[in-house]
Design a protein around this ligand. Sequence first.
Ligand code: DLZ
Ligand code: SF4
Length: 508
Amino acid sequence: MHTLRFILGDQLSHSINSLCDIDRTNDLVLMVEVADETSYVRHHKQKIILVLSAMRHFAAELRARGITVDYVKLEDEGNTGSFITELKRALTRHTIDRIVITEPGEWRVQQMVNRCNHELGIPVEILEDTRFLCNREVFNHWTQDRKSPRMEYFYRYMRQKTDWLMAGSAPIGGQWNFDSQNRKSLPAKVSAPTHHSFTPDAITREVIDLTQRRFIDHFGDAEPFAWAVTRADALTALHQFISERLPWFGEYQDAMKTGEDHLFHSTLSAYLNIGLLEAKEVCEAALEAYQHGGIPLPAVEGFVRQLLGWREFIRGMYWLKMPAYAKLNFFSAVRPLPDFYWTGMTEMKCLQEAIRATRQHAYAHHIQRLMVTGNFALLAGIDPAQVDNWFLSVYIDAFEWAELPNTHGMALHADGGIIGSKPYAASGAYINRMSDYCAGCQYDPGVKLGPSACPFNYLYWYFLITNKTQLKSNPRMAMPYHTLERMTQEQREQILCNAGDFLAGIST
Ligand code: DLZ
Ligand code: SF4
């Protein structure tokens, strides 16, 4: 029996199911760089470099283990540019009895894999992706009989299931969630340790050159490219995070500071999402460090919740709700994405900073994504499909299963409350409290109306006024609507007038 084991660019794990029972004598691994994947969205240059370089390094590691790898590079002669046609071509090069694939992470690619059996004319076995902490069947079962599945309850279920941070059946510290202690802004004297940085080797250099040539018009800087592209370097990044940043991760996880692009965040999502690291080992490393002392419970709990709770929850919801989910547009938002999301040319300092960091590193942290770029798109009524496309393109860790529920659901509430129970809408006061951006901005977060007012202030009320029908009955929105009702007719008219003028001035 000769088996072809097809490995995708986000399946770069030696533990992946499709390699488990590999027969080194008779089997071969196929990996392909294809135009379909490099171009289905206009990925940030560093995202292309990360994936292709990590794929090439992974292939070399497999060969070093004695595994035969057929690797097709993007510019190899005859490359047909798609997974299916490359599989077909591989079948003409080798004698193969069956194909084994681990289920793809994205709905789009799953549709292709489902067609393989029919199109390739040989048996195709699709295996479960066991790198997640909760499999899809268990997740679906957990959602049954729940009208609105919520992350917090799923997280508690997973804590009990894994026995992580538990004292018997109760959570350690008597609380499931310590977020109330995790909302500090960054004091001026505190600065974050240097972020991990790896020098590109010859393989990465070749991919950087390829990207500079073929994808020069894609968003973002290709260099400096400092990301890990091997498991060994990703493990170094993990251990550096645990010892240097995890102790303060909780306290400052919502903080933003000019020029501090990584703060105390792990930035491991890129490695997790392509398979260089696994969620279980990352959580276990954090839990072990906590047991040795020196890491506050709110820090480790907050971090573990991101992986055990949030990451697994959004992946489960993605598969539960796709493909209809991507089309939902609860607020019927239609405004085109402003140009400044690509150019960074806006007078709003917070947006400038978030977009600059994104262009430089293909990374911005959670609060910049949710409360600055995401919040602005929500308040301004930007078409969710265009916002989804932007987030999917520009972030190094953006694979649709992770990106879509976060953008479409959490940031934009375009799903009407499937992921979160209320929109994360906030005025300039929130950004001012959590950052130092406003001090360097031409707008004033303390002014509500007029030319010097922070646009987030009137856009916040504009959002509530224009979406009253959809939001009025949401009990979690009762407070802001109560405040809105106490405003005079003239105040409301001024809000609409300021917002209208501002939005008309945005170049799209
Ligand atoms: C993101 C990406 C890129 C840019 N290029 C490739 C590629 O050339 N070959 C490949 O196998 N995978 C690539 N990927 C990752 C895929 O898009 C990813 O594996 C699927 O989206 C998973 O469903
Ligand atoms: Fe952003 Fe408003 Fe602060 Fe300017 S004043 S940085 S626009 S929140």
